[in-house]
Design a protein around this ligand. Sequence first.
Ligand SMILES: N=c1c2ncn([C@@H]3O[C@H](COP(=O)(O)OP(=O)(O)OP(=O)(O)O)[C@@H](O)[C@H]3O)c2ncn1[C@@H]1O[C@H](COP(=O)(O)O)[C@@H](O)[C@H]1O
Length: 106
Amino acid sequence: MSEAILEQLARTLEERKQASPESSYVASLYAKGLDAILKKIGEEATETVMAAKDGVDEKIVYEVADLWFHTLVLLAHQGLGPDSVLTELARRTGISGIEEKARREQ
Ligand SMILES: N=c1c2ncn([C@@H]3O[C@H](COP(=O)(O)OP(=O)(O)OP(=O)(O)O)[C@@H](O)[C@H]3O)c2ncn1[C@@H]1O[C@H](COP(=O)(O)O)[C@@H](O)[C@H]1O
C-alpha cells in the first residue's frame, strides 16, 4: 500500500509541472525554483526535530509527512522519483534487484 501511495503522489507531482502556480501549491513551489523547495525541506526538518523533542506522536507523524512530501517535490523537480530512493534503500538492506522487482509486482 505504501508504495502505491508514493507512486500516486509522484504521478500527481509530475502532472503539476503543467499546472499554473495560482492553481496548485506544488506548481507554485516549482515556479519559485530549487532554493524555495530546499527552504521548505529545511523548515520541515526543523519542525520534525521540534515535534520529536515535544514527544507527541501525532505531531511527529504530521511533520514527517510534511518532510517526506517536500523531499518528493524535490525529487520530482530534479527529474527523479521515489523509485530511485526505494531502490537505494533496498540495495542497502541487501534485497537484490530481482527480489525487489518481484516484491513490487506482487
Ligand atoms: N500531500 C500534500 C501536502 N503535504 C503538505 N502540503 C503543504 O505543504 C505546506 C506545509 O508548509 P507549512 O507546514 O510551513 O504550512 P504553511 O504555513 O501553511 O505553508 P507555507 O505557507 O509556509 O508554505 C502546506 O501548505 C501544506 O498544504 C501539501 N500540499 C499538497 N499535497 C498533495 O500534493 C498533491 C498536489 O497538491 P497541489 O499542488 O496543491 O494540487 C495533492 O495530492 C495534495 O494532496
